[in-house]
Design a protein around this ligand. Structure first.
Ligand SMILES: [Zn+2]
Length: 303
């Protein structure tokens, strides 16, 4: 159990530099043993994500311009490598000096958690939050496997590979998704449905899940909010009994820590349903924004 739970919950609900929902679903659930591991993508999931990204772009703007004008393929490839390295360094410095990172570290220490950090792209990192020491070895092994899958994918990838797949190519490998789903406590039925959504010519898990919510609502019914137990999770159906049982367990566990979390957690669950329902639209808006900014800066090649 966590010590001084009442003060922890008071500060969690008042937190301004990280989203309280994130602290609840990714940090407190691990600290209380409700799940063994959670995953945060940074800076995307931080309140100051846009500021951090803008500062990285601004610091590299001259390099981007030079890159956009370079016509020699060999020189261009070399420049892309060096710009990526510069973006990596600046991104790391921006992340480490951000208010969000500061809060993240103070919550990790306060809740006695551990973090395993992985770079996904020069400006995108993943933080795996866990408590039990043996998790580190499992994560190390899985990340080695992930790298192998990425390398294998790159050997066969063509110019026409959609950016949505090229960003997370390991998701084309069921072995990776099954293992990471297990670590994050996702029910096997939901992981299976997610994997099917990564197969070619099938609707993605995100598209399928959004359609399921509008279908169930068209019947005058509502999704089971407990099935949407974490912001990063997509259930196989809006009434998945396994996901709902897990969400119910989270709810009960959090309410036991402090009664105030009962109401707050319900609000989070409802937000998660809305987020899954509007996922496709939000992703499209986000991509359009990124692509517009990339075009403005002339950096489509380095993103
Ligand atoms: Zn399921």
């Amino acid at each position: 159990m966590i010590s001084d739970a009442q003060a922890v919950v008071t500060d969690l609900l008042r937190e301004k530099t990280l989203w309280p929902q994130m602290l609840l679903e990714y940090y407190l659930t691990v600290a209380t043993g409700l799940r063994r591991c959670s995953l945060v993508t940074i800076p995307a999931e931080w309140p100051d994500a846009e500021d951090i990204s803008r500062r990285i772009d601004d610091a590299c703007i001259e390099d981007f311009k030079q890159l956009a004008h370079e016509r020699d393929v060999i020189r261009k490839m070399k420049m892309i490598r060096s710009v990526k390295e510069k973006m990596r360094k600046i991104s790391l410095a921006e992340i480490r000096s951000s208010l969000s990172y500061n809060s993240h570290i103070s919550w990790i220490n306060r809740l006695r958690l551990e973090v395993f950090e992985v770079e996904i792209r020069p400006t995108v990192r993943e933080l795996f939050i866990y408590k039990e020491k043996d998790m580190k070895l499992r994560l190390e092994n899985l990340m080695r496997k992930r790298l192998r899958f990425r390398e294998e994918f790159l050997r066969h990838a063509g110019q026409s590979t959609p950016r949505s797949i090229a960003a997370y190519p390991e998701e084309l490998y069921p072995e990776y998704l099954t293992e990471i789903g297990g670590l994050l406590a996702y029910p096997a039925c939901c992981v299976k449905a997610y994997i099917e959504g990564r197969e070619q010519e099938k609707p993605s898990a995100e598209q399928r899940a959004a359609a399921q919510i509008s279908d169930i609502r068209a019947l005058g019914l509502e999704p089971d909010v407990y099935a949407y137990f974490s912001k990063d999770f997509i259930p196989c159906s809006p009434t998945c009994v396994n996901a709902s049982a897990l969400g119910g367990n989270f709810h009960q566990g959090l309410a036991t820590v402090d009664g105030r979390l009962s109401e707050f957690h319900l609000q989070c669950l409802k937000k998660n349903v809305d987020a899954v329902g509007s996922y496709v639209q939000r992703i499209e808006e986000h991509r359009a924004k990124i692509s517009l900014r990339s075009r403005e800066l002339g950096i489509e090649a380095v993103r």
